[in-house]
Design a protein around this ligand. Structure first.
Ligand code: NAP
Length: 178
């Protein structure tokens, strides 16, 4: 299955200065648990923000010859990333950032989206082009955590959306260079 996973503030922000606008360890732990063991498709900027990148991570970039951490493979398009990630036989998670969600959502069967119940300053918005309002909500769990930068309690709504008819990936050589 191809899924996407992300989190968004109530004002649509998802990124700030190359990282998350908020500090909610429990939400980060949920992300890590959900994607454990999966193959990941990652935008180059998001990849550069990560301390640890698991094996079978496919980093989307148009820059020639990036040097990546062991276990990471460069691909030059989102479709190529999804094809090569799928060829691993693992579940596939698209983990952002915004530009990768915007290109990958048509192929995703699910979107795991945490809606964070307060606004945050940021520089990157969740793409408005993703028509989640037309997807089916298959799970909706609300939890309240303390956001560490503000010290405030915030409700995190862990949603899972399902897209009825995801687009099929184009047929192609599922090797990074293919
Ligand atoms: N809240 C969340 O759940 C969440 C999740 C992930 C990331 N984030 C945040 O989002 C922000 C980063 O998002 P972003 O949209 O600015 O960057 P991004 O999607 O992580 O990476 C953008 C880069 O990916 C490559 N790329 C994107 N689309 C491509 C395409 N169609 N074909 C080839 N290469 C492509 C390009 O790399 P090159 O320039 O190398 O060609 C582009 O500069 C950060 O603040 C990050 O912390 C938030």
């Amino acid at each position: 299955m191809i899924a996407a996973i992300g989190a968004v503030a109530s004002n649509g922000m998802l990124g700030l200065d190359g990282w998350l606008p908020w500090d909610i360890p429990e939400e980060l732990a949920y992300f890590e648990e959900t994607v454990a063991g999966a193959a990941l498709v990652i935008g180059r900027l998001t990849y550069e923000s990560m301390d640890v990148v698991p094996p079978d991570s496919f980093v989307v970039s148009n820059q020639p010859g990036l040097t990546l951490l062991p276990g990471c493979v460069q691909v030059d398009s989102v479709e190529k990333g999804l094809l090569t990630a799928t060829a691993t036989g693992k579940d596939v998670f698209v983990i952002g950032g915004a530009s990768i969600y915007a290109a990958a959502w048509p192929y995703c069967q699910r979107f795991y989206l945490t809606r964070i119940g307060m606004p945050f300053a940021g520089d990157t918005l969740f793409p408005e082009s993703i028509p989640l309002e037309r997807w089916k909500v298959i799970s909706d769990v609300r939890k309240t955590y303390r956001e560490r930068k503000s010290g405030r309690e915030v409700e995190c709504r862990f949603l899972q959306y399902e897209q009825p008819h995801p687009r099929q990936l184009p047929a192609g050589d599922p090797s990074p260079a293919g």
